[in-house]
Design a binder for this molecule. Structure first.
Ligand code: NAP
Length: 220
């Protein structure tokens, strides 16, 4: 398969690249800047200067895949800064929305031309975007951005279903990466393996649903 990974420089994205290359797929890795880990990953093509918060950079990056059909897209890029009702700032909220919400929407829309019947887009959202699941009330901007992302993904799923393209919202688990200060329950490689298995299992009839990488469906 031809598989695009957006946000491939480290963490879950880099583990997805390595896992899928090992499985023999053609991996198209999108990143803001190249590093040694990604350069040595064996992917088919690396698309640099791809900033999901910048429309022009998305446009220029996607152009490099002209004529290539994408079977799977994993949109992984995201940011998380800790805030709460006391430290809330509009600037922080808009930063999160620009990267975590607008970024994946723009990327999917830009790459939709490379996708066709049977293609799947898996976007790494977060269980913290689940309204039902909010126990702490912390991480206000991050939660808002991922909840909005979940709504956007349902909209995209409904529209893209006409072209037989499916869209899924995926939670990777609590993973030891830079975003969590390397705290967590699992390593990025295990998260990547679980996400790949889940993507393979999900079908067009499941499009517009929200899943934990461990295979359980999540409430909105
Ligand atoms: N780790 C967890 O426990 C956990 C739980 C739930 C959800 N998630 C989600 O999983 C995703 C991946 O996070 P991670 O855990 O692998 O963290 P990470 O190691 O911090 O990776 C974040 C990735 O996003 C990229 N990125 C950030 N801003 C970007 C932008 N404007 N344009 C393009 N790329 C950008 C980073 O690239 P640079 O190297 O260029 O910064 C990096 O590749 C995020 O969406 C996060 O919300 C993670």
């Amino acid at each position: 398969m031809n598989i695009a990974i957006v946000g491939s420089s480290r963490g879950i994205g880099l583990s997805l690249v390595r896992t899928l290359v090992r499985e023999g797929h053609n991996v198209y890795a999108f990143c803001r800047s190249l590093n040694a880990d990604l350069a040595e990953s064996g992917c088919a093509q690396i698309i640099q200067d791809f900033d999901v918060s910048n429309e022009h950079s998305i446009h220029m990056g996607v152009k490099q895949l002209d004529g290539i059909k994408i079977d799977w897209l994993f949109h992984v890029a995201g940011i998380m800064r800790k805030d709460n009702v006391d430290s809330f700032s509009e600037e922080d909220l808009f930063d999160h929305i620009r990267v975590n919400t607008v970024g994946p929407v723009r990327t999917i829309l830009a790459l939709a031309g490379n996708m066709g019947a049977g293609s799947k887009a898996g976007v790494i959202s977060s269980r913290m975007g689940s309204i039902m699941d909010n126990e702490s009330g912390d991480f206000l901007s991050f939660r808002i951005s991922k909840t909005a992302l979940n709504m956007a993904l349902v909209n995209l799923a409904k529209k893209l279903k006409e072209a037989h393209i499916s869209v899924f919202s995926l939670h990777p688990g609590y993973v030891k990466t830079q975003i969590t200060g390397f705290e967590g329950e699992i390593e990025p490689d295990l998260a990547a393996q679980r996400l790949v298995k889940l993507m393979a299992e999900l079908e067009l009839k499941d499009s517009g649903t929200f899943w934990h990488a461990n295979g359980s469906q999540l409430p909105w």
